[in-house]
Design a protein around this ligand. Sequence first.
Ligand code: GUN
Ligand code: FE
Length: 447
Amino acid sequence: KTLSASGFHSPERGTINVLDDVLIEIDAQGAIIAVHRHGDPNYRAIRDARDASGELVIFPAGCYILPGFVDLHVHAPQYPQLGDALDVALEVWLQKYTFPLEARYQDAAFARRIYGLLVDDLLASGTTTALYFATIHQEATRALVDICLEKGQRALIGKVAMDNADECPEYYRDLSTEEALDGTRALIDYVRGHPDNGEGRVLPVVTPRFIPSCTDATLEGLGAVAKECGCHVQTHCSESDWAHGYVLARHGMTDTDSLDRFGLLGRKTVLAHANFLTAKDMETVRVREAAVAHCPLSNAYFANAVFPLRAALEKRLHVGLGTDISGGPSASMLENARGAILASRMLQSGVDPNLPAAARSTFGPAQIDFRDAFHIATAGGGIALDLPIGQFTPGYQFDAVLIDADAEKGTVRLFEDRDKGERILQKIIYTASRPNIAATWVGGRKV
Ligand code: GUN
Ligand code: FE
């Protein structure tokens, strides 16, 4: 299949590659074979040949392809709570709202219903890959795997491990280290042995919820499982004052150092939030080539701080963007991209109008723009996961979203005499909404 389209991608932070009327050749496995630019000498010949053989798909003017969004941090079971219970502290929110909700996934029929709605919603929002926390349950988590395979979403899915009786209620925890580890291994086997998962579109993830909810024996065991299975790892790291302080008190070191000693910090690790990383922690994350899932909306409610995104990008940490459903109240990666820009602006300017301007800004350069926001929502997430996704580069998977800037009920307004090049993407990032999302592809297949 060959697509004739215009669009944008951002393989490297800070720059947008404008794809102006290009041909994208895609193989039967959904990988991009070549991207021919309009001015290339063979452009015309290839286009005519594909047109003659009936393989050419032409998108109309006003439509732009972007790499599909990579949501680097989603709690699938928390979807019914989206937009609810945002007024309490993290530790209260977990015990009072979130654990009771997650416990309901003991009921696999409930899980199937909610997970089906969520995956449909995310695909319709342009999220082609999601890194999911599920719950502690086997059957419900398997249902999420099945649903992602059925609906064609690329997904990385973890059975949540949480066995610390001091921090997790009796009604919702792994009752022993064995249960946490065996359950993790069982899900890895289920995903890898799934008859519909030959292409590896769904991957298993070792998922200690966060240090407070796990015993040391479980953290150690999970580090060994991750190594033995070569899996991705995801967890929450230094999210709030309370969470960061808890680990300092229990382990006498930061989350980053503690995860590292348990073998949970490697190239395939994604740390959600990471707001309170010290300079030394950042260096450790960089050296280990681990990644951060930046969750700007969630951080506004639960973190008591703003993640220093620009500093992390300038230190060349791997960073992607996450919705953190339902810590963040929006499933839309576009809204989270805007949130990332807004938060960075406030971190740079300071927030207290009673202070003189010079004293208001205490942090230093923190501002990012739509280019960085777009990068972390797409290519940054792909790099974080070490997967060939998030950019239109030969060898990468064709995971894409089609933005129809002229959609009747859409919210993008382009004016031909002023909006050109990357400024079109700027308007898409700032103003596009669900009606502008015309189509989504994962691995070359429309979903
Ligand atoms: N820390 C431990 N569990 C969670 C969770 O479900 N959401 C968020 N935002 N932080 C957590
Ligand atoms: Fe989270």
